[in-house]
Ligand binder design. Sequence first.
Ligand code: SF4
Length: 313
Amino acid sequence: MSCKGLSLMSGGLDSQLAIRVLQRAGAEVEAVSFVTPFFDNTKAKAAAEALGVKLHVVDFTADEIALIKNPPHGFGGAMNPCIDCHATMIRRAGELMRELGYDFVATGEVRGQRPMSQNAQALVTVEKTSGLVGRLVRPLSAKLLEPTIPEIEGKLDREKLLDISGRARDRQIALAAEFGIVDYPSPAGGCKLTEEAFGRKLKDLMTHEGLDDRTLVELLLVGRRFRLPDGSGVILGRDGRENALLNRTVAVLSDRHRPAILLMPPTGTPGPTALIPDLKSEADKALAEGIVKAWCRGTGDADRAPFKGFQIL
Ligand code: SF4
């Protein structure tokens, strides 16, 4: 008997090992990764290609924004709703699993690797909240967990699954060598939501313009940001590429009937373009013009000092 599974793929070592262990246990495996403006799937794509498995890509933006607005389990150190984000990704993978007619979803989670999110109780909670009881396989720790349906049915050889637990990485490193996996990124990093500075910008957008306009959410990755006294937000390009992007974007925002405006540096002076997606007053506009001039070539700290209090760092 054989079975088919869908394995969550971050591109990190554990998600790669999970796939190889499942294949050794008799499963046919495909991978799934998630994308939002806050993280991409570049590493996942490279890993899936190296492993030779098909990668399904799910746009997770609407889910992530809903969780940022209302995270049932709160945030981590920044604006990262990790517990709910992880459980929702597994739930979405479960929906895809049913749609494709596969037998299970898998993850590279290791029991006890993260004290809060991967302890024994947390693994059970995620399985329940994702609606995948009996269909969520953690091949790296499977022998320490209750057998899943594909194991009970004999479609997945439990003897070939593993019993790794804890924070040490030596078994994973040894397994990587055994499977010939040489290219894997460090476990942490890659999600902007975990960065405090990004979190401040996100919170500012959520408070003022809101998170319903995807273009504005994507613009969080661009430019220096200011919030002016009457409530206008200013995005100031940091280089030619960002200035060009702001130039293109103003038309998109104007189409949505925002009073969006673009400010350019004085003629003949190299400097930044500023986009104000929703201008609130003439006083704010005058301040934004001052900001553009203060960041033009040839200016210094003294020119910028009057505006520093408006900058979101
Ligand atoms: S780090 Fe980012 S992508 Fe990962 S679970 Fe947390 S919020 Fe989600």
